[in-house]
Ligand binder design. Structure first.
Ligand code: GLU
Length: 490
């Protein structure tokens, strides 16, 4: 058996983090089994369509490195892969269900259905169809259809039947058919409902495993009964836990960004984001947290997906992204950062980053590699390298650093300046050694001199250390910045 998984989003706008997780798990499980990963677009609810969504879905999957093997762009012989292009396929099968007696034509108008719902609401009864057209003889129904009466197709749900279902994650789930009404499989416009289409498509596309959010569990009875009516076997299902926000509820805009694209926009590396998402609801048997795509594919098992909801922890995501950045070579980091800046911070990229000398960028990247968590921090973290530094005498006095007065600071700056003026700037070490020697000769503590130099060079309360700053800025700029703050002091 070839394992075939499918990611079946509705094209309704953003690709959410939980959708990306579904796509990733489908990708991992199919690749783990040398199978196929299918993208199917579920656009039967035409009222919710958002233009451009299909392109966005494909773009996100491609950028994240989880491209489908089959889908709207790659026909693997099971197409079309967009449900609205498959209408004759559904029509044929759903009308056949009516002929066979497991579904029926329903002529109830929306006015009648609305009135029924209102009545049920008033009586505090669950809203459900009352089976009004269930017993209309087929012959009579066909005559009404021939006279252009509008109709839908409804599934004939048996009364009081126990439905057993086995979920790969949750095990045995039991339903009673009485909880389900005669649901619509095909709407009056000839478009199937989600339930009508999904079972047929999973069957025709030979899907072996369905992974989807736990909110779909409630649709299981309908799908089991529809499959039985169609005479087909359902794939294996794994209903995945919700991704939770810090408040313990399903992640929502209130507790975090939900759109996958926003995370790319913030400068998370696709590999890191995937790694992070993979662990929202699954974990390898070991404690390993950083996993390459190959390792994820090797270790992932649909049966090990957790039952309990997984909390989306942005601090962990930052940490993980930082770990991915740390191990990049400077050239790789430069390439990825350039692509990011070009796309999201174009003006900074064209007027600043791409204009700077490679040796400057290289030094900055080396310095930031161990600290930068996301690419959208780059500009802020480097503003005093590419642009002017603020002159902040107010930061100079710092009792913790044993700098009690501006006079102390000035003496330290002058010492530093004198040494730097005759220092060789060709490496961090050649800068470090003479300064450290001079500080000890003057009987001072390192930070008494390094703090004011750092303040002079960066103009910030927090920044890389004095040596790193001097090395990146070069001799001329370093001296100039010390002189500027000294001038302010006199
Ligand atoms: N089209 C559904 C969605 O938008 C997917 C349901 C399923 O995977 O069966 O989430």
């Amino acid at each position: 058996m070839t394992v075939r998984t499918r990611f079946a989003p509705s094209p309704t706008g953003d690709v959410h983090i939980w959708s990306l997780r579904t796509a990733l798990y489908c990708y991992l499980w199919s690749h783990h089994n040398n199978g196929k990963f299918i993208l199917r677009i579920e656009d039967t609810d035409q009222t919710r369509l958002v233009e451009g969504s299909i392109e966005r879905i494909i773009e996100v999957l491609t950028r994240m490195g989880v491209s489908p093997d089959e889908g709207p762009q790659h026909d693997g012989g099971y197409g079309p892969y967009i449900q609205s292009h498959r209408l004759p396929i559904y029509a044929e099968r759903l009308h056949k269900l009516v002929e066979e007696g497991s579904a029926y034509y329903c002529f109830c108008t929306s006015e009648r259905l609305d009135a029924l719902r209102t009545e049920q609401e008033e009586l505090k009864l669950p809203p459900r169809y009352d089976g009004h057209c269930r017993h209309v003889p087929l012959e009579e129904a066909c005559e009404r259809i021939a006279k252009w009466e509008k109709y839908t197709i409804r599934l004939k749900v048996p009364k009081w039947e126990k439905i057993l279902f086995n979920d790969a994650i949750r095990g045995r789930i039991e339903f009673n058919s009485s909880e389900t009404d005669d649901c619509v499989l095909m709407k009056s416009d000839g478009i199937p409902t989600y339930h009508g289409a999904v079972v047929i498509d999973d069957h025709l596309m030979e899907i072996t495993h369905v992974m989807r959010g736990e909110e779909w569990i409630s649709s299981i009875p309908k799908q089991v009964l529809t499959a039985r009516a169609l005479g087909i076997t359902l794939p294996e299902y794994a209903h995945m836990p919700n991704i939770l926000g810090a408040d313990g509820k399903k992640l929502s805009k209130r507790t975090g960004d939900t759109s996958a694209e926003i995370y790319l926009e913030k400068g998370y590396l696709p590999d890191a984001l995937l790694n992070f998402i993979a662990l929202l609801g699954w974990h390898p048997k070991s404690d390993q947290e950083i996993l390459t795509m190959e390792e994820l594919i090797e270790k992932f098992d649909i049966h090990d997906i957790h039952k309990a909801g997984a909390v989306f922890d942005p601090i962990k995501l930052d940490w993980m992204n930082g770990e991915y950045i740390k191990v990049l070579s400077t050239e790789e980091l430069h390439t990825k950062l350039s692509i990011y800046l070009h796309k999201y911070e174009n003006e900074f990229f064209t007027t600043v980053y791409s204009k700077a000398e490679w040796s400057t960028n290289e030094k900055i990247l080396n310095e930031l590699k161990g600290r930068m968590k996301r690419f959208n921090e780059y500009r802020e973290l480097t503003k005093f390298f590419y642009g002017a530094a603020q002159i902040r005498p107010d930061l100079l006095v710092n009792p913790k650093m044993k700098i009690e007065t501006l006079e102390d600071a000035r003496a330290s700056l002058e010492l530093g300046r004198t040494v730097l003026a005759r220092t060789d700037f060709s490496s961090l070490d050649t800068i470090k050694e003479p300064i450290i020697a001079a500080i000890s000769e003057a009987g001072k503590k390192n930070w008494q001199v390094l703090w004011p130099i750092r303040v002079a060079l960066s103009g910030e309360e927090f920044s890389p250390g004095a040596f790193e700053l001097a090395y990146i800025l070069g001799k001329e700029k370093s001296i100039e910045r010390i002189d500027r703050i000294l001038a302010k002091l006199s």
